[in-house]
Design a protein around this ligand. Structure first.
Ligand code: CP
Ligand code: NVA
Length: 305
């Protein structure tokens, strides 16, 4: 494993090895055992979109590993004035030991990896969010003590989260049902990948069918970063694609609920999840947010040590 560009590049064994290392690093972190595995190394973090969790967890994670992290806003880099990504990749490779990038086009991430000589980590594109899904898998394993054989239900937009969750769930032995409105389904390449798993993958436009008997329920925002202008149209299209108390009755009684965050759950402005459903499952959701730190530290160790 040279980069983390998207989950479909990883084998099941590589995914599980990252999760095992993440568990170990979490244990050490909780018990005050220092692990300065990346002492003297520097991660550059390029952001073309906003972030709370990704920025803070990578920066803190790198510090805990004994290294250094640089926040690089793409609007302040020459990339924002048109310097080619392939030149940026070649320059940054001369200074840094790894690059994390959050941007729009997956192609930019792939180009950084192709033209640079250091590991590249996808911190979210319009297509994928692999770091989030590694933290999600880690969290599911903590609560359910396994992944293989679980039933996962994703309710909502066929976006970057859906694309990466489908791959992550299927590769780790879960079955996954995705409920998306017509016209908002996941990426066609991901759907082709999922078809190979037969009846372990279901795509529907009915949230209740997807949630039936689920061990894990997941949702994400109706309008992702970059889609702000479509927000009103999407609000209408996604009515009924919400995790709420009624939908929860369809899932297993011990189902957990996850959300990558940020979420729209405030009473009076509830979109993909109601405040009641969110707060009932806040423990899982904030453990999931915490696990970004541990899972990404594992990724950095695997790639940069
Ligand atoms: N879930 C996630 O990636 O959060 P941020 O956008 O805050 O980084
Ligand atoms: N789908 C969301 C995920 C945010 C972490 C977005 O791309 O904005």
């Amino acid at each position: 494993m040279k980069h983390l560009l998207k989950l479909s590049d990883l084998t099941t064994e590589e995914i599980l090895a990252i999760l095992n290392l993440a568990d170990q690093l979490k244990y050490e972190n909780k018990h005050g055992i220092a692990h300065h595995i990346l002492r003297g190394k520097t991660l550059g973090m390029i952001f073309a979109k906003a972030s709370t969790r990704t920025r803070v967890s990578f920066e803190t994670g790198m510090y805990q590993l004994g290294g250094n992290a640089l926040f690089l806003s793409s609007s302040e880099l020459q990339i924002g004035r048109g310097e080619p990504v392939r030149d940026t990749a070649r320059v940054l490779s001369r200074y840094l030991d790894g690059i994390m990038i959050r941007t729009f086009a997956q192609q930019e991430v792939d180009d950084l990896a192709e033209y640079g000589t250091i590991p590249v980590i996808n911190g979210l594109t319009d297509y994928a969010h692999p770091c989030q899904v590694l933290a999600d898998l880690m969290t599911i394993r903590e609560y359910k003590k396994k992944l293989d054989g679980l039933k996962f239900a994703y309710i909502g937009d066929g976006n970057n989260m859906a694309n990466s969750l489908i791959v992550g769930a299927l590769k780790t032995g879960m079955s996954i049902s995705v409920a998306s409105p017509k016209g908002y389904e996941p990426d066609t390449g991901v759907l082709d990948f999922a078809k190979k798993y037969g009846n372990k993958f279901v795509l529907t436009d009915n949230s209740e069918i997807a949630a039936e008997g689920a061990d894990v329920l997941y949702t994400d925002v109706w309008a992702s970063m970059g889609q702000e202008k479509e927000a009103e149209i999407r609000k209408a299209a996604f009515k009924g694609f919400q995790i709420n108390d009624k939908l929860l009755t369809r899932a297993n009684s011990d189902a957990i609920v996850l959300h990558c965050l940020p979420a729209h759950h405030t009473v009076g402005n509830e979109e993909e999840i109601t405040d009641s459903a969110f707060e009932k499952h806040a423990n899982e959701i904030f453990d999931e947010a915490e696990n970004r730190l541990h899972a990404q530290k594992a990724v950095m160790v695997k790639l940069m040590d």
